[in-house]
Write a protein that binds this ligand. Structure first.
Ligand code: AMP
Length: 589
């Protein structure tokens, strides 16, 4: 298959800001792709050559890529650099310079491009830089100008087509599963293996039934199951059928530990491989985990080395570092509190009910001082639940997680359903609770903030529509360091137009591809004529907005944009707050 076919699709994807059109374009591409190539084409559409968790980075520094562009276009490096200063995008520069060199017929195939990209990613050690530049220059020399645009963006990690994984799944369903309505089994498969290429290949080869038969496998991170939230013990019990399991909610970082081939791998909630960061946690599991192949979930928490008491989340964050890992592990030791087993001696457990998984977890762990099972209890009354909650708070936890003990309470990878419900202290006072919102735009600052941003336009996530509706403009809570830091963090995601998945009636000075998640607090949720969260749900022609939003200082790097607070969660908070207001008014009246 010719790479030119892919480049043309990229171009059309880039030009559209309508999600349905994106899917149509992708479906057209997948239809034209031979089955044996589909896996690679899917990765390329994601701007990658392997699933994220594999840790294969093409990521060629722009400076090196610029050298390859100069080589291929046979111009001086300075010319590339000055064009880059003018245009701000090396892909467009490559396109322009190669076009000046005169037209050519392309013969690049997808296979060739892919294997060159692999070579670029894999080159290591002495002479690696030169190898990478040579490999890219070779591709560019044979590329048409349009192909060059996308090759350069791919190797520098800046493809940014505005295509989310959900759009790719929709397109695959369109071509191979009889329509978008049949996306659900594909989603499940993706959620349990985190490898879109693998799902595509399985689907193309064995049809939807092969996809349905896919199971979790140690080595492939599973998208975590998430919890809904409710404010009172009564509501929780009513939702869970009168009885449930309650577990301590530890305030640390979620990890998914995989054991295979004698190794332990640790994945973050965002499915990044964080094994290197926690050698002590790896050690704990090497000795304390019985099954030779396993997938286990735990909260990793900083513990006081002297007293064994739990330490706050902020201390654990100091363990997220590249250097001085051993020293940090000595200074800030961690404990693991295990709460689920997705794979064990019994094989795939994700379709088994909670109680069965918990029993399997108990068999799988040899507990020690720093490797423990999450403290839990079965409860059947609000009083018992409340008492357990108070005990959790007293023991340094954030609250509790209430889990369904129904026969069909399976592990729902990637879903925020009602089988798990969290209950935190803050919910009692209105909107003390924090929201995790995605930055989608910014307004330039004035006065003291000249040269940086004055406010950020932030959005929630709507998983059904796979869109990011705006929720508020955040201008306060930023320290001087944040004001320096923010442009640096956000610049890589800057795009010239509203990204297709962003739902906004406001026009900020700068748009960003949804990527950076911030923790925000606010005073209350109100109706809004401009913000698009839950548009039309409370009132026609109005959405919801957060009043008096303030950045808490916490960057949620552990969350993907799709892990942001959802529209339904916000709707629920709004509805409950209003319910309360009505009750207060009635009792006062
Ligand atoms: P939240 O981040 O507020 O949505 O709360 C859910 C998170 O609580 C999970 O992703 C875990 O990181 C964490 N957590 C702590 N203890 C537990 C537990 N016993 N069961 C499930 N999740 C837990």
């Amino acid at each position: 298959m010719e790479y030119a076919r892919l480049a043309r699709t990229y171009q059309r994807l880039e030009e559209t800001s309508a999600r349905l059109k994106l899917i149509e374009e992708l479906a057209g591409l997948f239809r034209d792709t031979p089955k044996a190539l589909l896996r690679k084409v899917v990765y390329l559409c994601q701007g990658k050559i392997a699933p994220d968790f594999a840790g294969v980075e093409i990521g060629l520094a722009e400076k090196l890529a610029a050298r390859a562009v100069a080589e291929a276009a046979a111009v001086a490096e300075e010319k590339v650099q000055s064009a880059l200063r003018r245009r701000g995008d090396l892909g467009s520069v490559a396109e322009e310079l190669l076009a000046e060199r005169g037209a050519r017929r392309s013969h690049l195939t997808v296979e060739e491009v892919f294997s060159h990209l692999e070579a670029i990613a894999q080159a290591a050690g002495k002479g690696a830089q030169t190898q990478k530049i040579t490999a890219l220059a070779e591709l560019l020399r044979r590329a048409t100008p349009l192909e060059a645009r996308y090759l350069v963006r791919t190797v520098t990690g800046k493809l940014r087509l505005g295509v989310g994984d959900a759009s790719i799944l929709d397109a695959l369903a369109e071509v191979y599963a009889g329509g978008r309505a049949n996306r659900v089994p594909l989603e499940r498969a993706y959620n349990i293996c985190s490898d879109l290429g693998l799902v595509a290949e399985t689907l193309a080869r064995g049809g939807i039934s092969a996809v349905e038969r896919m199971e979790v496998r140690p080595g492939n991170p599973v998208r975590p199951m998430l919890a809904q939230r409710l404010g009172t013990a009564e509501e929780i019990l009513a939702k869970l059928g009168g009885r449930c399991a309650v577990e301590y909610k530890y305030d640390g970082e979620r990890v998914q530990a995989h054991r295979l081939d004698g190794r332990i791998l640790l994945f973050s909630r965002r499915l990044e491989n964080i094994t290197e960061q926690f050698p002590d946690a790896v050690e704990l599991l090497q000795t304390g985990l019985r099954p030779k192949r396993a997938i286990l979930e735990a909260e990793i928490v900083a513990v006081d080395p002297d007293t064994g008491e739990l330490r706050p989340f902020q201390e654990l964050m100091q363990r997220r570092r590249k250097y001085g890992i051993e020293e940090a592990a000595q200074r800030i030791p961690v404990g693991l509190f295990c709460f689920d087993l997705l794979y064990g001696e019994e094989g795939d457990l994700t379709r088994r009910p909670y109680l069965e998984r918990r029993r399997a977890l108990e068999r799988a762990i040899k507990p020690s001082e720093r490797l423990q099972l999450a403290t839990w209890k079965l409860v059947a009354s609000a009083e018992e639940l409340e008492a357990f909650f108070e005990q959790a708070i007293a023991d340094g936890c954030e609250g509790v997680l209430c889990k369904s003990v129904a026969e069909d309470a399976a592990y729902q990878a990637g879903a925020r359903g009602w089988l798990w419900i969290k209950h935190k202290r803050e919910y009692r006072t209105e909107l003390q609770d924090t929201l995790d919102l995605v930055v989608v735009g910014a307004f330039y600052g004035r006065g003291r903030r000249r040269g940086t941003y004055g406010a950020l336009l932030v959005a929630a996530y709507d998983p059904e529509a796979d869109r990011f509706p705006t929720f508020c403009k955040v201008g306060s809570g930023f320290s001087d360091e944040d004001l320096v830091e923010l442009p640096r963090r956000l610049r890589p995601y800057e795009v010239s137009r509203r990204p297709a998945r962003v739902d906004s009636r406001m026009e900020p000075d700068v748009w960003f591809e949804p990527a950076v998640v911030l923790e925000v607090v606010g005073a209350e949720i109100t109706l809004s004529p401009v913000h698009t969260v839950a548009w039309g749900r409370a009132r026609e022609g109005a959405g919801l907005a957060l009043r008096f939003p303030r950045f808490t200082g916490r960057y949620r790097d552990d969350k993907r944009p799709e892990d942001a607070t959802t529209v339904d969660e916000i709707w629920e908070m709004y509805r409950r707050a209003r319910g309360r207001a009505v009750r207060v008014a009635e009792s006062e009246g």
